[in-house]
Design a binder for this molecule. Sequence first.
Ligand code: GCU
Length: 698
Amino acid sequence: GQAGYRAWLAYHPRMDSAASKEESLRYAWIASDDRDDTVRAAITEIVEGIGTMYGAAPRISATATDAAGENGPRDSEPNAAYGAGPGILVGTFAANERLRDIFGVEVAELGREGFAIRAKDGVTAIGAHTPVGALYGAFHLLRLLATGIDESELEIVERPANKLRMINQWDNIDGSIERGYAGSSIFYKDDEIDFDPARIRDYARLLASTGINAIAINNVNAHRLESRFVTGDYLPRIAELAAIFRVYGIRLLLSINFAAPIEVGGLPTADPLDADVKRWWRERAADIYAAIPDFGGFLVKADSENRPGPFTYGRGHAEGANMLAEALEAHGGLVVWRCFVYNCKQDWRDRKTDRARAAYDHFLPLDGAFRDNVVLQIKNGPMDFQVREPVSPLLGAMERTNQVVEFQITQEYTGQQRHLCYLVPQWKTVLDFETRALGEASPVKRVVDGSVHGRALGGFAAVSNIGADTNWTGHPLAQSNLYGYGRLAWNPELSAEAIAEEWALQTFGSNRQVADAVVDMLMDSLDIYESYTAPLGVGWMVNPNHHYGPNVDGYEYDKWGTYHFADRDGVGVDRTVLSGTGYAGQYMGANAGTYESFAECPDELLLFFHHVPYGHRLKSGLTVIQHIYDTHFDGALRAAGLAERWASLEGLVPADDYDEALARFREQAEHAKEWRDRINTYFYRKSGVPDERGRTIY
Ligand code: GCU
């Protein structure tokens, strides 16, 4: 079956037929004086979208001027439906005199990617300064229609909060995807770049419809063949991909191997200060831009988890990043340099070394040292995409450095798309976190959009969750995370619930019963997942390597384990300045004191910051041990409840989606029980404290 392939661009027929009739009349024609591929894509999307939603597609008029005529489009046969009726104008102000007339002087504030929509007197006008702005406006109109907003008067002005709205594919040329849970790659197969252009175009449509404008198409761990992507061996095929994404306003980036001058270029060194190394990268940049004039730049994982980097040559991150930035600068390219740098060989007896401190310790001293076309990409938390972590203290701490926040859409530690875990509420918590960089008005969302420190560049990056599965994400409801990520990158003020509702209505159609049930399930899911997995912010209780399923000591008792320090007396990692690793002191202003203090530290992060006795009382009034038992019993029950709630939608959602999701909900319910039992028995046997409510603990 094909269910799920069209995702949130399904354009379901409107159920309300009266409205539908009226709407299709409102959109009898569509016209533009733009002739480029992007505006054409906008027109195609509107024609198809309105056509399937209302059962009658707008007729494409040759030019906006024709459409303006008293009798409607002149190049059509006289026809009641296309007569002097209402229609849609779409395009750029520069090319469309009618749009300039309609919007007048208010258009300046739209910027390069914004758009305005005005519906009045029968004409729905979508205007922008650029073709891609018009495309975003077209997708916005379709979203409004699909979610049931069908006003005859509309007045909308939108522009993205963030300049960079990027997706990272962790795809490998062998067709595998690192941390991919939805099949193999849509970009590569059997050590070749091998793709179906129609599928890539559909991916580009999905991404552009949410506002994504950049994509790094290969894994940050760039292996042997991928290291050659910057050469003529692969550039022709990569240019074909770039051409597809270009139509949808998405710039292509490549993840590079810092040691490529050696491994690919045959040089004796990759030292960023070496003249031959610099020349080698300049030549690669020239070759790339000859093939891809709007190439976005390089994404770099260096000196991290055994990847090569400038440290080998006694150089720092700034020297490494700046060398690459210099090579790209003349062409308008960026270096996106990841801050996921830590010592992965930490001895548990050493209570001062702390992986959580690493990004801040490495990068803060470099503030101001990076060139203007370098952006640091900082994971949302200091560890690694756990279900609960504090916000990275590096976000906002650097005043003279461009930064993007990195999220993980793929659910590596959050159920691997076998469990339902709608991550938008987690990302909202991060974005709304008050960093105190400038007193009380510097939440993360204002740091990364550049406004707190007056940075020209900033935004979002995230690891994609799609693969070759027909429905893109394996779990049909995991599509909501990709959708939600794009929407938040465009506008971080949107609520998690509003995004869930938009997604559900577009994906499953205008049946309220379905949308309400799906929204409720999505909104409950993160809390449910957190309840039956690692408690109170401590994280890491997963099976090593593949990271699925419970294993309390899997990492703790490997060679380098320093994750929860559970013993017979208590649990948690002391990260205070007073007696621990000092990590709490990396926060600005009052935040440092809040985390330092037992009494003030929020319950949900207690074990991240403090090692406490099992009998320690939380703000909730429960002891830590009783909290662990209660949340695990409750979480497993609520996971079972998700399966029942989904089952109530049988016949109301497409059968393929229904079956795919039901199988996963059943697996989730089983695995939640396993989590419950393993975590509970572990802590019962460590602490010897029984459950106050006498439930079964093995
Ligand atoms: C995690 C993940 C790795 C990935 C790394 C990264 O550690 O497990 O697969 O390579 O993050 O972000 O670079």
